[in-house]
Each structure stands twice: as structure tokens, then as C-alpha cells.
Design a protein around this ligand. Structure first.
Ligand code: FES
Length: 641
């Protein structure tokens, strides 16, 4: 006998009901409620792939009804506070339904994936106009998000854009879990293809409603190898189990829109999938190469695409080498208790003062904060380092507990018998949930793993190619995350090399812009195919140097501090002295200009408030909230607080 679940899905004060039948097969295999929900298009948050670690997949089941469920209590007690458990909260990944029962499950709004705002690249400007003839579409299929441009093929202008979560998110946060889902479930390939195609079709539908066009005749899709395979419903076994340099990864697949179930005028479109470079370096990085044009450069350049998978390319017009490193989702809000994606309610800038007692922060959308996004987390670590609140291992300086109440022992970990400390970034009376936003030593550890994987990937690539860091002429930072990055903090924590800042260029979503370039330019497509065949792939899984580099990078900023001269200057207090000198100079200049100190301060304050006002306006008006390095795109203002 099968069972039934009535999902009560809560969102912004509304409630949607969905009744789902749980099959005998699902019951006998103890399939989790998280997985059953995913199959029925209920996107419950899931950052740890159902391992009971992230605490994001919360559901509520009346305590009297919980006997109808199988609950993995051991793991649950480690992941959820006792107080929540006693109110009926459970983690949907740790719960399955028993046979022949009918149960009501509340999915609270905090567990539902929210809408994502498109992060576009930086090379493209959007012109708001109608299309007279055929349209083209450039698509970036990211593991987490999908972004698209609608293009007028008569003059190649981009006329619209769309962005949303990849519908596959509900099947797991990373590519491994999704591949395993396909390989372990009879209808897995179809489910995963349907999920990604329905997201793309929703973009096409919105385009067709907003803009008039005859048909979509060309589409270019750029994504990592796994995303491309799942979009094409190709068996991903050869990615997981095969050779990293299988020539199939380097092929440009071309299909018709209808073959992959695209609709809204795209049925007859030629769909071109950008060729990848190896098993875990896909068409997205080929597109980064196309848009950064490092293949034209005399001098050596580096491209770092920061995402769940960190992908790195080094080279110039004569040679290119690449590698991929599994960075994890910590910078995208996963595996960090207070982490969230860069959307409304996320703290993206902050500063710590006065021995850790005072935290000034900025929230996207000017709302009460819900958590901290990747760029905010990087700044937070840098601030904790600068204020000597953490040491190089990411452990809190216990002595500071005398000076600030923000540093304390974590009650949550104490309940589990663990001695873990945490720092309160925002007190509960200011937050949306009314709970303190904290960062613990466990969170810092996960962030350290992520930054170490990326930096170690860069160093291993340099070692394998014999290139010295100062021989690199330009460093391109790509990936959705790259749009929101605070470079100075990213260098200080040891994520990126400490070299001249002018060498850094932010290309934002290079995968999307590269797809656009290949949509409008036949030569760019040919170039991509040529690059795919000629890049040297370095497999980090079998590279002994990588382990050494990774271990050395597991410190803030690094075990070899000489690689981070800026940090050494901080430690010696030289940067503080430089700042003081600058302030003194400013005061002297003010006196020379006969400004009283009060007028000078007033002037500065007026400038600042004008800047803040301007920032707010840009944030409020712009759907595409985007920062290029330290600046909001399209404007000259500095957004440092
Ligand atoms: S998905 Fe359930 S705890 Fe992470």
C-alpha cells in the first residue's frame, strides 16, 4: 500500500497545497521527503545534498504525526537545535514516510529556494527594443543558476535577459550528486533534462511575452561538462568514471531545439553547445577564454572562474593549460550556517571596529539581514583577521572574550559536546528571523577548505607549467561570484594571489558573455573548437603537488606568509601607519585650502551621503545588481563603506 503526503508550501504569507502519492518502491527504499518533494517540483533548499549537515531543508510535522515517519534521530540531533525539534521541525533529508500512512508536511518559506536575479557578464549592454526578424538566445547553464540573453540577430544587440535557479537544484547542490541521481535512477536522465529544460523554457516564455520575434533560429549553450551532458540527456558515466581527456568532452554538440524539448519559438533553432576542455572543465571556461581573449595575448594570463567548481586557465597565444578544483558551495552560501546567496536580505559589505565590539554592515535591498553572501563572508574573514579576532587557523582569540560579548562559546555545538566558538555578526533584535547571525569556527573551516582549493589549484597549475606568479600579466576573475567580489579582502584571506591590483580584471559571467559572442560570431565558435582541442588539461586528482599546495593553503592567508606581502604589512601595522599618514595629509591640504576641520568633515560627510544615496538608488532600480571590482557597474562611485 502506498502513502500520501500533503505538502503545505508557505511563501510570503500564502500557502499552496500539493498532495503527493509515495509509491511502494519509494517507501521500501526509504526515500527521503526531500527527494520525493524534488520529484514533484517542490524545491526545498538543499546545500549539503541531503547529508543532514546544512540545516536548510527544514520541514514541520505535527509532533503527534511524527510516528508516521522514519526519522534519522542521531543525525537530526546534531543538525537542529533541540528547541526547534520540540516545535515539530525536522530536516526533510533525514525523514522518510512509513507504509500506508497519510501525513501533512509544512514547508516553511525559509526552506524554499527564492527567485534569483540574473548575473550577467560585463561585456554586454542591454538595449530595450523590439525585434523585427529572427532572434537568438545565449544561455549559461550554471550548476546553481541559469542566465540567458535574448538577441536581435539583425544587428546582434541584446534586448532582454533572464535569470533563475537551475531547476536541477532540487536534485542536489553539486554535479556529483546529480550525476549519481542519473546513474542510480531509471528515469533519472529524463528527470534532470526536464528540470533544466523547463527552466530554460520559462526564460523563453518570458522573452516571447515581452518581445515580439518571428522565431528563435540560433541558440548557444555554455555550461560545465556535466550540465551540458544533462541538458542533452547524455549518459554522464564517462564523466564520472572515464578518462579526464575523453575526446567526447571537447566536441561541440549541435542539436535542434525540439530534440531537447525547447519551445516558445525555439523548436527549429540550431542549438550549439560550447565544447569543453576536459571532464570537469566545460564549455563555461571555454567561453571565459573567448571573452577574456587570453588566446591573443603575448604575455601569460590567468583566468579563475570561481564557483562550486573552481576552474582555472593559464597561458597566452602560444599555449593554454587548465585544471578544475572542487571548491564546494561555501562562497555561495552552502555549508556555512549564516551563508546565503547574494540576494535581498544578504549582508554583502561589513566592517568590524573597536576590538570586535562594533560591526557596521550593508544589506542588499536595505532589509533586515537574513544572512551573509559570499562577498560578505570574504570581507568578514578579512575583518576578523585584521582585528586579530581569529588566528591563521581560523580559531577565535579566546582572550578577546573579556573585551567583547560578541565572542562566545557556541551553545549549539556545546549541546553536542563540542567546544566550538562563534562570533555574533548581527544581534537577533536586528535580524529578520530575530536570531543572531553568527559565524563559528566550523564555518570558518569550511570557508578555508574552499579558498584553499582554489588557491592550491592556481599554484599547482603554475608549478606544472613552470610559470612564476610575477610573470603573469593579467588575472581575469569570472563566475557569478566574481561580480560581487571585494578584491582586497579576497587577497587578504588568501583566495587570490597577492600581486599588483591593476593586473586584475573582472569579467563577471564570462560563460554567458562568451556564449553570446559565439552566437553572433562564427569565428569565435571556430576559435572555441580550436582551443578545446589544444588546451593541456592537468588532472589535480592525480597530481601529488596539489595535496602539498592544498595543505599549505589551509591557513589564513597561507602557511607561507611570504606569498602574501599585504598581510605581512598588516601584521606589522604598516598599513595603519599609511592610513594615518594619508589622513594627516588630507587635514593639511584642508588647512591649505583654508577649510576649517569642521567644513572638511562636513564636505566629506556630504560626499559620503550622496554616494550612499546613489548606491541605494542603483540597488533599488537595477534588476541586475552588479559590482565590477569595487564599483557598481555603470557608475563611477566607490562602494567601500
Ligand atoms: S539538505 Fe538536509 S540538511 Fe542539508
Amino acid at each position: 500500500m502506498s502513502s500520501k503526503i500533503l505538502f503545505r508550501i508557505q511563501k510570503k504569507g500564502e500557502e499552496a497545497l500539493k498532495e503527493v502519492v509515495v509509491t511502494d518502491e519509494e517507501i521500501s527504499s526509504n526515500e527521503s521527503i526531500l527527494s520525493i518533494a524534488a520529484k514533484h517540483d517542490i524545491a526545498i533548499s538543499n546545500f549539503c545534498n541531503g547529508r543532514g549537515k546544512c540545516g536548510r531543508c527544514k520541514i514541520i510535522v505535527n509532533l503527534d504525526e511524527q510516528e508516521k515517519l522514519n526519522i534519522n534521530k542521531d543525525v537530526l540531533l546534531k543538525a537542529l537545535k533541540q528547541e526547534l525539534i520540540s516545535r515539530g521541525y525536522l530536516l526533510s533529508c533525514l525523514v522518510s514516510v512509513k507504509n500506508n500512512v497519510s501525513v501533512e508536511v509544512i514547508v516553511p518559506s525559509e526552506s524554499i529556494e527564492s527567485k534569483y536575479e540574473v548575473l550577467s557578464g560585463k561585456a554586454v549592454k542591454i538595449v530595450d527594443k523590439q525585434i523585427s526578424g529572427d532572434a537568438g538566445v545565449a544561455i549559461d547553464i550554471g550548476t546553481t543558476t541559469i542566465a540567458s540573453y535574448l538577441v536581435d540577430l539583425s544587428d546582434n544587440s541584446v534586448v532582454d535577459s533572464e535569470g533563475s535557479y537551475n531547476g536541477q537544484v532540487k536534485f542536489g547542490a553539486d554535479v556529483m550528486t546529480r550525476m549519481n541521481y542519473v546513474l542510480e535512477n531509471k528515469d533519472g536522465a529524463e528527470a534532470l533534462q526536464n528540470a533544466v529544460v523547463s527552466t530554460i523554457n520559462s526564460h523563453l516564455k518570458n522573452f516571447s511575452e515581452r518581445k515580439k520575434f518571428k522565431k528563435i533560429s540560433k541558440i548557444v549553450v555554455s555550461g560545465n561538462t556535466v550540465m551540458t551532458y544533462l541538458f542533452l540527456k547524455k549518459d554522464p558515466k564517462e564523466i564520472r568514471d572515464g578518462r579526464y581527456d575523453n575526446p567526447n568532452f571537447k566536441k561541440p554538440y549541435i542539436v535542434k531545439g525540439r530534440d531537447v524539448h525547447l519551445s516558445y519559438g525555439a523548436e527549429d533553432a540550431d542549438v550549439y553547445c560550447v565544447p569543453g576542455l576536459g571532464s570537469y572543465v566545460g564549455g563555461d571556461i571555454t567561453s571565459d577564454i573567448i571573452i577574456s581573449e587570453i588566446f591573443k595575448e603575448e604575455k601569460i594570463c590567468l583566468v579563475i572562474d570561481v564557483g562550486t567548481n573552481g576552474e582555472i586557465v593559464l597561458g597566452n597565444k602560444e599555449w593554454l593549460a587548465t585544471c578544475a578544483t572542487s571548491a564546494g558551495p561555501a562562497f555561495e552560501g552552502g555549508e556555512v550556517k549564516c551563508g546565503m546567496r547574494a540576494m535581498k536580505g544578504a549582508i554583502d559589505r561589513l566592517r568590524i571596529n573597536n576590538y570586535g565590539n562594533e560591526v557596521i554592515y550593508r544589506v542588499i535591498g536595505n532589509e533586515p539581514p537574513k544572512g551573509i553572501c559570499g562577498s560578505g563572508l570574504i570581507i568578514l574573514i578579512a575583518e576578523l583577521m585584521k582585528n586579530k579576532i581569529i588566528d591563521s587557523y581560523g580559531k577565535f582569540n579566546r582572550k578577546l572574550m573579556e573585551k567583547t560579548k560578541r565572542l562566545r562559546k557556541s551553545k549549539f555545538y556545546e549541546e553536542q559536546g563540542q567546544d566550538v566558538y562563534e562570533y555574533v555578526v548581527v544581534w537577533g533584535d536586528e535580524t529578520e528571523t530575530k536570531e543572531d547571525i553568527t559565524i563559528s569556527e566550523k564555518d570558518l573551516q569550511n570557508l578555508k577548505y574552499t579558498k584553499a582549493a582554489i588557491f592550491a589549484g592556481v599554484r599547482t597549475l603554475l608549478r606544472n607549467t613552470g610559470v612564476k606568479i610575477d610573470e603573469i600579466d593579467k588575472i581575469f576573475i569570472a563566475g557569478g561570484f566574481g561580480n560581487f567580489l571585494d578584491l582586497e579582502s579576497a587577497i587578504l584571506v588568501g583566495l587570490f594571489p597577492d600581486v599588483e591590483r591593476e593586473k586584475y580584471k573582472f569579467i563577471g559571467n564570462g560563460s554567458l558573455d562568451g556564449a553570446y559572442k559565439q552566437l553572433i560570431d562564427e569565428n569565435a565558435r571556430k576559435k572555441a573548437e580550436e582551443i578545446a582541442l589544444n588546451v593541456t588539461y592537468i588532472d589535480l586528482a592525480t597530481d601529488g603537488n596539489f595535496v602539498d599546495e592544498y595543505n599549505a593553503a589551509l591557513a589564513f592567508p597561507h602557511a607561507r606568509t611570504e606569498l602574501f606581502p599585504t598581510w605581512l604589512k598588516f601584521e606589522k601595522g604598516e598599513i595603519e601607519k599609511e592610513k594615518e599618514k594619508e589622513e594627516k595629509k588630507e587635514k593639511e591640504e584642508a588647512v591649505e585650502k583654508k577649510e576649517t576641520p569642521k567644513t572638511a568633515i562636513l564636505k566629506k560627510e556630504t560626499q559620503l551621503s550622496k554616494e550612499v544615496q546613489k548606491q541605494k538608488e542603483i540597488l533599488e532600480k537595477s534588476k541586475m545588481y552588479k559590482i565590477e571590482g569595487f564599483k557598481l557597474e555603470g557608475d563611477e562611485l566607490e562602494i567601500e563603506i
